[in-house]
Design a protein around this ligand. Structure first.
Ligand SMILES: Cc1cc2nc3c(=O)[nH]c(=O)nc-3n(C[C@H](O)[C@H](O)[C@H](O)COP(=O)(O)O)c2cc1C
Length: 186
């Protein structure tokens, strides 16, 4: 698939078939991720692959409780609160795989490095017909001591990009973009 087609066609997918994603396919996505530009080529990332649906259900339940307990009481949180209050809402949309990108080193650019790896992974997935979605709802919980222990992550790791992967049930609808504001200086 042409790069422009991949960039413009990728969408966050929230509805998946039950079909598993095989290990070679997961490895190819991680190979794409590690080709991302990263500061001083430190490659500070690690990839935790979770396919156990009972574990993902448990993390979803606990992450929702954690989010509800820590959401600010402003109006903007109202929409999130009603989603998180719904017992039927599973934050991973029952996707067959979660790939969690965590930083294993401290440094000023670990967030940028892991986010670039995440975008590579999501574009590579789209190019082979797989869907992805970054699940920010999981991020804060997975950085708590309890969340880290749920996945056996060492205390010093910082989890940055929880990405679900699976076979989309349907083509996700395009999400409108604002016209970019561009300032031409000089
Ligand atoms: C940091 C980050 C966190 C996100 N968290 C969630 C999430 O928890 N749940 C979800 O359904 N989508 C989540 N998304 C997906 C965004 O909602 C989505 O990228 C945005 O609406 C644009 O749609 P598109 O990805 O289809 O272009 C997240 C995306 C990013 C980059």
């Amino acid at each position: 698939m042409d790069i422009n087609e991949a960039i413009s066609g990728r969408r966050s997918v929230r509805d998946y078939t039950a079909q598993a994603v095989d290990e070679p396919a997961i490895r190819r996505l991680i190979d794409a991720a590690v080709n991302a530009p990263n500061a001083v080529n430190q490659q500070p990332w690690t990839f935790t692959v979770v396919r156990d649906q009972r574990l993902l259900d448990r993390i979803s339940r606990d992450a929702k409780s954690h989010m509800l307990a820590t959401l600010p009481a402003d109006a903007a949180s109202g929409h999130f609160r009603s989603m998180l209050d719904d017992p039927a809402f599973q934050i991973f949309y029952h996707a067959p795989v979660l790939i969690l990108i965590s930083a294993i080193a401290q440094g000023p650019w670990i967030v940028e490095d892991c986010a670039l790896a995440a975008e590579n992974l999501m574009l590579a997935a789209h190019s082979v017909g797989l869907g992805t979605c970054w699940i920010g709802f999981a991020q804060s919980y997975l950085n708590t001591p309890v969340g880290k222990s749920a996945l056996g992550l060492p205390a010093e790791w910082v989890s940055i990009a929880p990405l679900i992967v699976g076979h989309p049930k349907a083509v996700a609808a395009p999400v409108p973009r604002k016209v970019p504001e561009i300032r031409w200086v000089g």
